[in-house]
Design a protein around this ligand. Structure first.
Ligand SMILES: Nc1ncnc2c1ncn2[C@@H]1O[C@H](COP(=O)(O)OP(=O)(O)O)[C@@H](O)[C@H]1O
Ligand SMILES: [Mg+2]
Length: 409
């Protein structure tokens, strides 16, 4: 019997469109002889849609969402005794409408509300194996400040930052003086919980700091201002497994056209960058670039999602730096209790050779498959491993005792 895998994507996040690309790539590469795929699109209001046809796996169709949704079935997840199903929302009580068993939930989502433990918590209540992070590791990874605190506590260096709340923004002069007391310009201003460089800017003086704060606070209620590393290299390392057993990928060095890696650098390489700088583009242009499946090293304009970024794979590093980064990546992954595939991004200060953990992507763009292919692992093998890890985690949690006899009632 084939396992039914619900691949869930979209959601209420600025990275909604990027997630569609990541999910379509995974659906193209999952072994269909082994698995029965249920593509489930979550729109921005949190409604789930399913289609037996291929509407949901052709990115062109997302240009007109109204038409797309009219061809799909609005579904909900229902737990019924030992099984979990997707069922049509408008199902008549005795009607025989859509009712499909889900064996494993596979969220391929990026950003707020979906990658940050919220969707994971919901799926766990359905008593299903869930691919990827659990609620806590998703939440900690996606909060750039909390993540720094965790890293500090295990001796993984991070870049110093000040955390500001929306309420602080009412007194911008006080923010400016706190920043100027602690840091020299330039500084980086970033929303605490976004991704894809959305809402991030570099401030060189008071005026650009004020503009940067305004931008960042339009995307999040908590904003970080941190020391900018001026002369830097960025190195990313993915980790696959769970907290008991995991392996690193090869390392990548991404390259951008701007001072900071922008949304356009990440997803629109070679596509023109109009409107998609770090200001936060809502549309990912050029849907045809999602038909990837294959990957190229160094650079590409025809791959999809994160796989389209200009990069060097493997990154050219001395052995000592490479080992340090891999060890830090494993330490962070294990300590946070990550699962599936996460990508931990590092910044090296070229002036001091200091290595900093910059952020953790608990469900990275393109599931970072292109960092495992050079190790001889195909994308479908990676997906296979991810599903098996989720099943293992589920079995291990089932082993625990959820009963405590008492006379409390
Ligand atoms: N402290 C910093 N100094 C210099 N550049 C930075 C710093 N923090 C972030 N950047 C730049 O901004 C980009 C996006 O920041 P990051 O924290 O990775 O957020 P996101 O989750 O949006 O990817 C990084 O890839 C890097 O180019
Ligand atoms: Mg990043």
């Amino acid at each position: 019997m084939k396992l039914s895998i619900a691949i869930i994507f979209g959601g209420k996040s600025t990275e909604h469109d990027v997630s569609i690309i990541s999910a379509v790539q995974a659906i193209e590469n999952i072994d269909k002889d082994k698995y029965n795929v249920l593509p489930i699109y979550m729109d921005k209001s949190g409604d789930f849609y399913f289609s037996e046809e291929n509407y949901l796996i052709d990115t062109k169709n997302y240009k007109n969402k109204k038409t797309l949704l009219s061809k799909c079935i609005n579904v909900c997840f229902v737990k019924d005794k030992n099984n979990t199903y997707i069922r049509e929302v408008n199902q008549k009580v005795f009607g025989k409408k859509l009712n499909k068993v889900v064996d494993v939930a596979f969220p391929i989502v990026h950003g707020t509300n979906v990658e940050d433990g919220n969707l994971q918590g919901f799926l766990h209540t359905l008593n299903l194996p869930v691919v990827g992070p659990d609620t806590l590791s998703g939440a900690v990874s996606m909060d750039k400040y909390v993540m720094k605190e965790y890293c500090n506590s295990i001796g993984v260096p991070v870049i110093d930052a000040i955390r500001f709340d929306k309420i602080d923004f009412e007194n911008i002069d006080s923010i400016v003086s706190r920043v100027e007391e602690k840091f020299k310009y330039p500084v980086i201003v970033k929303p605490v919980n976004l991704g894809s460089s959305i809402g991030i800017s570099k401030a060189k003086d008071r005026e650009t700091l004020a503009n940067g704060l305004e931008l960042a606070f339009s995307f999040a209620d908590i904003v970080l201002v941190e020391k900018a590393i001026v002369n830097m290299r960025e190195i990313n390392c993915a980790v696959l497994g769970n907290k008991f057993e995991c392996e690193t990928s090869v390392l990548e060095e991404p390259f951008g056209n701007d001072e900071i890696l922008s949304f356009a650098d990440k997803y629109m390489s070679g596509k023109g960058t109009k409107g998609a700088k770090s200001m936060g583009a809502k549309q990912v242009d050029g849907a045809k670039f999602t038909k990837s499946g294959k990957m190229g090293l160094e650079t590409s304009g025809t791959k999809g999602g994160m796989a389209s970024l200009k990069r060097r794979v493997p990154a050219e590093l001395d052995k000592d730096t490479e080992t340090k980064i891999k060890n830090y990546a494993i330490k962070v992954f294990k300590y946070l209790g990550c699962s599936g595939v996460s990508r931990i991004d590092f910044i090296i200060d070229k002036d001091t050779s200091e290595i900093y953990a910059n952020e953790i992507n608990p469900i990275p763009g393109s599931l970072a498959y292109y960092l495992f292919t050079p190790k001889g692992m195909s994308y479908s093998e990676l997906i296979d491993k991810l599903i098996n890890i989720a099943i293992e985690n589920y079995k291990s949690a089932e082993r625990l005792n959820y009963t405590f006899e008492s006379s409390v009632l």
